[in-house]
Design a protein around this ligand. Structure first.
Ligand code: GRF
Length: 197
């Protein structure tokens, strides 16, 4: 961005319900974030979040990964679609795909993810169950830059919750998700503010 008043342009990628996406849209609508959400893209036609984004007046598109022969060809098509919007940041919000190194390199420094653990702990799936099994007393979520390694890359912000003695994976996930919905807008605010400096 050249003009400090100009809004940071975001493209959000989802695969499912899109509750983190909704929290970002809400923060933008409430004037808490100086952003323009240029598009919401999904790899799944049935992602519930698409309807919400559409009703919020945001462009949506589906690049269905099942229609591609390889991870590489899907990632190329998705990157081309994202590039149409020339985003300052590409926000992964429950986008359930392993990305190729080419895709990650193409968006280096602009590609952001939210992961439901206190990274570097519990990369990958089933983070809540694994945190309970490991006897953790604290758990949480991390917003981080995406690098070629899964759930790696510099952390931008984290939010912590206590692990309670009677927690199961679902109760813990719900407590973490509540934090995620504040964490992602806060992390984007930090990025956008740094960018405008
Ligand atoms: C969140 O828990 C997020 O941390 C993880 O996937 C989930 C997505 O939820 N990456 P939603 O689609 O944003 O509701």
């Amino acid at each position: 961005m050249t003009d400090k008043q100009e809004k940071a342009r975001l493209v959000i990628l989802i695969s499912g319900r899109g509750s983190n996406m909704r929290s970002i849209i809400a923060a933008a609508e409430q004037g808490e974030l100086n952003i323009d959400i240029a598009a919401v893209l999904s790899n799944r036609p049935d992602a519930a979040g698409l309807q919400f984004a559409h009703e919020a007046g945001i462009s949506t598109a589906v690049i269905d990964h099942k229609l591609f022969e390889s991870r590489e060809s899907f990632d190329k098509a998705m990157a081309a679609e994202i590039d149409r919007y020339q985003p300052d940041f590409v926000i992964l919000a429950g986008f359930m795909r392993i990305l190729t190194a080419e895709f990650v390199d193409h968006f280096a420094g602009r590609l952001i993810n939210i992961h439901p653990s206190l990274l570097p702990k519990f990369k990958g799936l089933h983070t809540h169950q694994r945190a309970i099994e490991a006897g953790e007393t604290e758990h949480g979520a991390s917003v981080h830059f995406v690098t070629a390694e899964l759930d790696d890359g510099p952390v931008i912000l984290q939010a912590k919750v206590p692990v309670l003695t009677n927690d199961n994976a679902d109760t813990l996930a719900a407590r973490v998700l509540e934090q995620e919905h504040m964490l992602y807008p806060a992390a984007i605010k930090k990025l956008v503010t740094q960018q405008a400096d």
